[in-house]
Design a binder for this molecule. Structure first.
Ligand SMILES: Cc1cc2nc3c(=O)[nH]c(=O)nc-3n(C[C@H](O)[C@H](O)[C@H](O)COP(=O)(O)OP(=O)(O)OC[C@H]3O[C@@H](n4cnc5c(N)ncnc54)[C@H](O)[C@@H]3O)c2cc1C
Length: 484
């Protein structure tokens, strides 16, 4: 599904929201030559059963799931909080966890999170409305990001600070050793097996040895540094390759804004055209968990490489100017925004896609139509549209090709670019993270490589942890006898 058209054009044809074609600033040339870094002995910080690198949705779920099995777990995160993009990236709209019939198929860790978040930290439809096709109910929720294609979905928005707190509580309850402010620089690989990592902190360079490592960095940092082949092809027609830093705007009256947007067609059209003229790439807000806070998850920038430090810097600079211009334009022109102020620019840059690892199996577009169910399914994703059945995710898609001792989960999971459009979403990252955590703990406890684990063992524990599997897979897993 590649197109030779520029992305701007493809997006305009699809009526997608604002978008900018990333004309990069000229860069200063980098000097030629290299610097020889001397070899040295470094302290060992820890020895652990399961080492999870990256505390985003996938890493948090992995650490909790592994801890529940009694594994000694260490979780390293470069920032000062858990949740990754779902908190620090202000991506607080949690995508669909229900299928088109209203059944919650992304369950397990996702249910644990919403069961425990304070009521006032979540905005979304009540369970009795999930799957509803009632016109007025669907219309109400489609204006609040929780109905799509005329069907109400379980896709709430939440308070990022509440999710940070809950994520930390959940991890600490499992006695996970949680280490913030630590940037993993390289994996330790011996004889084709990942045995730990080297990380940098204010203490300098240190090592951690682990029986099993889980890469949940989102950018496959460990697998990249291990020299493994990675995929970076994109679907140009999908927003999954766009980068930007999100922001929250406070002191808003979101109900007045919604009334303007949906009831005053001429006024809204004039406002948008003014925004495009003044700001350029111009974005509409999403409702958040509060009626006085608006969420902006754009303007989306394209053409940038999410693992190039100068590209990342430029994205931050452009996002900041666009953010300030948006707040000014909304404050001066939009009903409901008269007193608005810039509440927070996301501490974490919003990377939807950088690279994906290659694995023993992967979800591809071909699977969507036939509704293939993998024997080694570890979770079920919602599909992109009602015409497609639910999507089965195989255990083997967590097993990077060409190396042992490591599992991968989250937005860098093995899949094709089309399937990445939904496998990168937060609920799917919770799901693959939870499965990686279970597999990591089981492998560490039994002393076998994750690749050698019997998938039924993983499935049995996932079911115990409340994960939804396709009925045929669940029945087979429950009936499976596994040799000790
Ligand atoms: C602008 C934007 C809008 C989006 N919209 C939605 C949406 O509406 N709904 C939805 O469900 N999803 C949405 N997504 C997708 C979703 O937010 C991400 O794909 C998801 O958060 C990925 O989870 P993850 O755990 O794989 O990675 P991340 O959330 O990126 O977490 C990775 C963590 O690893 C840490 N880390 C990375 N490298 C290292 C290292 N070397 N050492 C130590 N720590 C490291 C990072 O600091 C981070 O905390 C959006 C994404 C963006 C950017």
């Amino acid at each position: 599904m590649t197109s030779s058209k520029p992305t701007n054009e493809i997006f305009a044809e699809q009526g997608l929201q604002s978008f900018d074609d990333g004309v990069k600033q000229p860069r200063r040339p980098r000097p030629a030559g290299t610097y020889h870094e001397a070899a040295r002995d470094i302290p060992i910080f820890a020895e652990t059963d399961v080492l999870v690198v990256g505390g985003g949705p996938a890493g948090t779920a992995a650490a909790v799931a592994a801890g529940r099995l009694g594994a000694d777990v260490t979780l390293l995160e470069r920032y000062n909080h858990l949740g990754g993009l779902s908190t620090g990236g202000l991506v607080i709209w949690i995508d669909r966890m229900t299928d088109w019939s209203g059944k919650q198929v992304i369950a397990g860790f996702a249910c644990d999170v919403f069961d425990r978040l304070p009521k006032e930290a979540v905005m979304g439809p009540s369970r009795s409305d999930w799957g509803s096709k009632d016109i007025s109910t669907a219309q109400y929720w489609s204006q609040r990001a929780a109905a799509y294609k005329g069907i109400v979905t379980w896709s709430p928005t939440l308070d990022p600070e509440a999710l940070k707190t809950l994520s930390m509580d959940m991890v600490l309850e499992q006695k996970v050793r949680l280490v913030f402010h630590s940037w993993v620089a390289a994996p330790i690989v011996e004889d084709g097996t990942m045995k730990g990592v080297i990380f940098e902190s204010k203490e300098g360079r240190q090592a951690i040895k682990a029986k099993v490592v889980i890469d949940t960095t989102g950018d496959a940092d460990l697998l990249a540094r291990a020299g493994l082949p990675l995929d970076s092809d994109i679907d140009k027609a999908d927003i999954h390759h766009c980068i930007n830093t999100a922001f929250l705007v406070g002191a808003v009256d979101i109900e007045r804004w919604l009334a303007f947007r949906y009831e005053d067609n001429d006024g809204f059209a004039k406002f948008m055209s003014g925004g495009r003229q003044t700001v350029g790439s111009f974005e509409k807000p999403f409702c958040s968990w509060r009626s006085d806070v608006a969420l902006f998850m754009g303007p989306r920038l394209s053409g940038y490489d999410a693992v190039n430090v100068e590209d990342l810097s430029e994205v931050e600079m452009r996002s900041r100017s666009l953010t300030v211009a948006h707040v000014d334009h909304y404050r001066n022109n939009a009903p409901g925004f008269e007193k608005a102020f810039l509440m927070l620019g996301a501490p974490q840059v919003g990377i939807r896609h950088s690279r994906r690892f290659q694995a023993d199996a992967k979800v591809t577009r071909a699977q969507w139509d036939e509704g293939k169910i993998w024997d080694d399914e570890i979770g079920v994703s919602t599909s992109l549209a009602p015409k497609f059945p639910n999507i089965s995710i195989p255990y083997r898609s967590l097993l990077p090709t060409g190396i042992d001792g490591v599992l991968g989960a989250g937005r860098h999971i093995a899949c094709d670019p089309n399937s990445h459009s939904f496998l990168r979403e937060i609920p799917q990252c919770w799901m693959t993270g939870q499965a990686a955590g279970v597999a990591g703990a089981l492998a560490a406890a039994s002393g076998v490589a994750p690749r050698a684990l019997n998938a039924a063992l993983v499935q049995q524990e996932l079911i115990r942890q409340g994960v939804y599997l396709s009925p045929s897979v669940e029945a087979a897993a429950k009936g499976a006898t596994i040799a000790a």
